[in-house]
Design a protein around this ligand. Sequence first.
Ligand SMILES: [Zn+2]
Length: 388
Amino acid sequence: MLYFAPGKKRGYNSSEIPVQGKAAYAIIKTGQKGKLRRQKRGNLLAEGEGVLAFEKVVLQTRLLDPRADFALAEIPSEIRFDPLTGASGRVAHFLTRDLPAPDLDSWKQFAAGQFCPFCPENVERVTPQFPPEICPEGRLRRGEALAFPNLSPYDRHSALTVVTRAHFPLPHEFSATQLADAFQLSQDYLGRVLAQEPDLHPLVTWNYLPPAGSSQIHPHLQVFATAAPGNAPLAEWRAEEAYRQAHAADFWSALLEEEKKRGERYLGRLGETEWLIAFRPYGVLGDVLALFPEGVLLPHVPRDLFLTLAAGLERLFRFFRDAHLVSFNLALYQSPRRLRLRFIPRLYLHQAIHTSDINHLQMLLAEPIAMVPPEEMAARIRPYFELA
Ligand SMILES: [Zn+2]
């Protein structure tokens, strides 16, 4: 069964229903919250009218369930379509709400007595220095943060920013100042590079702890200035520009307005930043998005916005502490008018054997899967944003 025809463009402005075959899926639209209008038969849901839609296909798998004496059961799953790019993703294979506590001892054990290139006693001896045309002083510093070239670069301009002197802080132990300093120092580096090559794309990313792909325990950001910022940011950029041309409006402003109206995935506003959960996430536990004000871009983000970003991360990390989470990926990336953060919790699906939360779906099919509904993640995280 095809949900959409190969090669058929979907996305921000698609008014066509992406279904081939015998109209197997119904279209349900919600003009107003809570009011469903069923058309035809089946179950393609397109919630939202006008220029922005949240489309999903709700599926039921029928089986005889061994957990209930082989009684007939229906197991739900969903296919969702990104409201900007139209790319699909799954919501399925649901996780239990109470995740097991991560095995911190194995990482602590590894940390003790192991050589760490980013610990204060080693970092100046074993990490490289920038060439004089980028940074005559060799490395950049701000508070505890220290930036230097990545010895294994991903691009011509590829640096690391060590976040703290401490080797293994848990996320809720980062201070707002440490986080803001690390982002701001990364921006300082990007500013130096972009002053010479203004056409490059700035990127600040972070893999924290092994479930997120980090090879070092010690917290450090990856900082790039590149002509190739990645397929996902470029797809969003192209779709945003197409949206702007079609509607003479900013997609993210329209998304925020709609999400605030619905309230299902919106988390809250902190200073000048807006926080929400993505309708079609990349990560198994959903993605947190933070939108910066339109027109505020790297490498010119003011200090107070980095402090606001840090304040939002502090709230997420309090949720992390309470939910037994410690690992995450994040990226700060931008299109020509909008900087945003995408933050993805990461975990081992099976703690004892270190089962990755990335499998054939993401690696081979480029099809993300969320194992908790984004609306449920929003409901769990929102209280942390409502606290003063
Ligand atoms: Zn260390």
